[in-house]
Design a protein around this ligand. Structure first.
Ligand code: AG3
Length: 282
């Protein structure tokens, strides 16, 4: 934060940054894994950063959390068991639990402090934490996936930080292979996949890695996320044995829960591949 009260995340190597006007810093701690800071901002509500990187703001997290959950869950024919890796702020968990068919969600976050701090400063994101279907585990998601029984999960959601440090393994071929094994027939994996503008190589590598792990169809969803690098973000889905172009459109239309970004038109639009990525991803 500078003297005039602006928090800035400089985007490494991009010659650009995001700044938010802060009214107050309300929390700062070093957990065993990372530095967790909470700010109140003038126009984006509460902001959480991890090691200086923007993770969540009140104002725009709905786009990310809805896109990390609903497209995959409405593509699966009947998602019952879900694994969330990371996701410590619990915003993805809340969206997943809106689906009636869900029987249990294992959330495996490595840093318990992220969840405890979120319970305090983002109570809305944590409003489903007491749902009896939610099981919060504080452990290493890579290890957890490796040790899961084969075919246990219908959907695996990787709600991670950037692919550096402890999150790097969540973008590796061996992790994708473990996910493939932990997924049941019809299973779908979805992971946050960074900025299409800044990190096209990463998205390309992810497609290759997922194909190498035997996933049948791979598709990236594109959506705006104004506080993340470049303001444009993505999530990449991989299906064990089905096409990702079809989803339960009628169920999306008839859903009995509110969304603020996601709907069936957004789902179709998010699957469209931008021209400059066509050769890279198809
Ligand atoms: N997960 C994606 C964060 C990546 C943002 N990167 C950055 N600011 N450099 C966020 C977790 C939300 N549940």
């Amino acid at each position: 934060m500078d003297k005039r009260g602006w928090y800035t995340e400089e985007w490494a190597g991009a010659g650009a940054a995001i700044s938010l006007k802060v009214t107050e810093k309300v929390h700062d701690e070093q957990s065993p894994y990372q530095r967790i800071e909470i700010y109140e901002t003038e126009t984006f509500g509460t902001l959480m950063t991890l090691d200086g990187l923007v993770m969540v703001t009140d104002r725009d997290n709905f786009i990310y959390h809805e896109m990390m959950s609903h497209p995959a869950l409405f593509t699966h024919h009947k998602p019952r068991r879900v694994l969330i890796i990371g996701g410590g702020d619990c915003g993805t968990l809340r969206e997943v639990l809106r689906h009636d068919a869900i029987l249990e969600v294992d959330q495996v976050e490595i840093d318990e402090r992220v969840t405890r701090v979120s319970e305090q400063f983002f109570p809305e994101l944590c409003s489903a934490n007491a749902d009896p279907r939610a099981r919060l585990h504080f452990a290493d998601g890579i290890q957890w996936t490796k040790e899961s029984s084969p075919g246990h999960y219908d959907v695996i959601i990787v709600d991670s930080t950037d692919p550096v440090g402890p999150a790097a393994g969540l973008f590796s071929a061996s992790f994708y292979a473990d996910c493939y094994r932990a997924l049941n027939a019809g299973g779908i994996l979805v992971g946050q996949s960074e900025s299409p503008l800044f990190h096209a190589d990463l998205i390309k590598g992810m497609h290759g890695g997922l194909r190498g792990a035997n996933f049948l169809d791979i598709a990236t969803l594109f959506f705006p996320q104004c506080t993340y690098p470049s303001g444009w973000w993505s999530a990449t889905m991989a299906a064990k044995d089905r096409a990702l172009s079809n989803f339960r459109e009628e169920d999306v239309e008839n859903r009995r829960f509110p969304t603020r970004y996601y709907n069936h038109g957004i789902h179709h639009g998010a699957l469209a591949v931008p021209e400059f990525l066509f050769k890279t991803l198809m």
